[in-house]
Write a protein that binds this ligand. Structure first.
Ligand code: URA
Length: 450
């Protein structure tokens, strides 16, 4: 078969046409790194149409990719744009990536905390999409805070402060952006090698030396099933290692929201409470578990116990708060909000969800809570939508807590009381009261390292 979109120059260099490469994958054959590179380059240069890329993605969905092929796809997507050069920043640069969950504001307390312990953290974050929130939206709840810095400014802040948190620029892995948009509308998102190449192509473009991955698993996560999440975590660690980076993954529970706040300003407040020495126990534990791994791969601790002790000291001494204040100021924001989180604006309370009987909270469905937060305006269902930073949900009870009739279970913040009442019903249905005892799962389910 002849590929009519292919340029003669490419025909001379590579023996197979792009159509033959798609057919090879369709028939279950392996592709060489050069062949994968050709597909991505042709896609970027217009020699491979969207419908051909979609056919290739569907072939991968059914036939899979080996680690070598996944590593080659990662490298090709990574080099479709610029790779940041942070060689001017001394030290082992480490970032964390979470596959996303409800109430997951860990990056906001983790990044400055780890930087306060001497590990430089260059962090390029994303926005919320669907029922899971995004770090950028939570950061932008800080008055004046800018996430659209130039690469030079980003490197300067990482060097001077130890941490900088920005959004994905147009130069970072542009092939992933186009491929992800196609996957989103062609039922090819749920495919481990494609997820691995997508995540790692963006993370490796940050100029990091090591990566800690938080693979969330459960009803509120992208991966609902532990075996699938474990497979994803293993593949991420293997391919990151093959790409020359140290990598560790934790599998963490997302069968209930993380922390009590779900929204943007309220989540930023909660993350800053952790930095100030408070905050909910599960959020603190998730932060310390990931932080300890970052200190280990960053060469700043001799064991996980030593790392935890250093992190706790940085919280107690106020060092972590000071680093975050410096970062917020360097990025144009009002640094007072870090030590005084109440300064972050919240929308008025429009509904209180109360217990209708006595008992024990046996379940809080994170997916339903996440969707209710989107419905009130804290999230988006399309990438171009704006979010309202002040709205959201604040849980008053956790799984395992006893409740009496009339006690508040959650509060809803919004701009419209009538809309709030309808959404409150959804929150009420997400919180189950039973006789108990409640099953409270382990937060860290597994740890994956090569
Ligand atoms: N997150 C990404 O960045 N890419 C995927 O494919 C899935 C989740």
């Amino acid at each position: 078969m002849i590929n009519r979109t292919k340029s003669p120059a490419v025909e001379q260099v590579f023996s197979k046409t792009v159509v033959e490469l798609i057919a090879a994958k369709r028939d279950g054959h392996s592709l060489s790194p050069d062949e994968i590179e050709t597909l991505i380059r042709e896609f970027q240069q217009g020699g491979l149409a969207d419908y051909q890329m979609t056919a290739f993605l569907m072939a991968v969905f059914f036939r899979g990719l080996s680690d070598d092929e996944t590593a080659a796809l990662t490298q090709s997507m990574l080099h479709s744009g610029s790779v940041l050069d942070l060689s001017s920043v001394p030290g082992i640069k480490v970032d964390k990536h979470s596959t996303g969950g409800v109430g997951d504001k860990v990056s906001l307390c983790l990044a400055p905390l780890v930087a306060a312990c001497g590990v430089p953290v260059p962090m390029v974050s994303g926005r919320g999409l669907g029922h899971t929130g995004g770090t950028l939206d939570k950061l932008e709840a800080i008055p004046g805070f800018r996430t659209d810095l130039s690469v030079a400014k980003f490197a300067e802040i990482v060097r001077d402060v130890g941490v900088c948190m920005i959004g994905q620029t147009r130069e970072i892995a542009p092939a992933d952006k186009r491929i992800y948009a196609l996957r989103d509308v062609t039922a090819t998102v749920e495919c481990i090698p494609l997820i691995v190449a997508s995540i790692l192509s963006k993370k490796l473009a940050e100029g990091i030396d090591a990566l800690v991955l938080d693979v969330k698993v459960g009803r509120g996560a992208f991966m609902k099933d532990v075996d699938q999440a474990r497979k994803l975590a293993h593949a991420l660690v293997r391919v990151a290692t093959q790409s020359g980076k140290r990598a560790v993954a934790l599998l963490t529970d997302m069968n209930t929201p993380l922390g009590l706040a779900v929204g943007n300003s309220n989540e930023t407040r909660e993350a800053f409470e952790v930095l100030c020495g408070g905050g909910p126990a599960d959020l603190i534990e998730c932060t310390l578990a990931l932080g300890a791994e970052m200190l280990m791969v960053g060469g700043k601790a001799s064991s996980l116990e030593d790392a935890r002790a250093r992190l706790s000291l940085a919280l107690k001494s106020g060092d972590a708060v000071r680093v975050m204040e410096k970062m917020v100021a360097a990025q144009g924001g009002d640094a007072r909000v870090v030590a005084e989180p109440w300064r972050l604006e919240l929308a008025p309370e429009v509904a209180v969800i109360e217990a209708d009987r006595s008992g024990v909270v046996v379940d809080i469905d994170p997916l339903e809570i996440g969707l209710a937060a989107v419905a009130i305006g804290a999230g988006r269902t399309r990438a171009d939508q704006a979010v309202d930073w002040g709205v959201g949900i604040e849980l008053e009870k956790r799984v395992g807590d006893s409740v009496a009739p009339g006690e508040p279970l959650a509060r809803l913040r919004g701009r419209d009381k009538a809309a709030g009442e309808a959404i409150a019903e959804r929150v009420r249905r997400a919180i189950q009261i039973g006789k108990g005892p409640a099953h409270v799962g382990q937060l860290v389910i597994d740890r994956i390292e090569l």
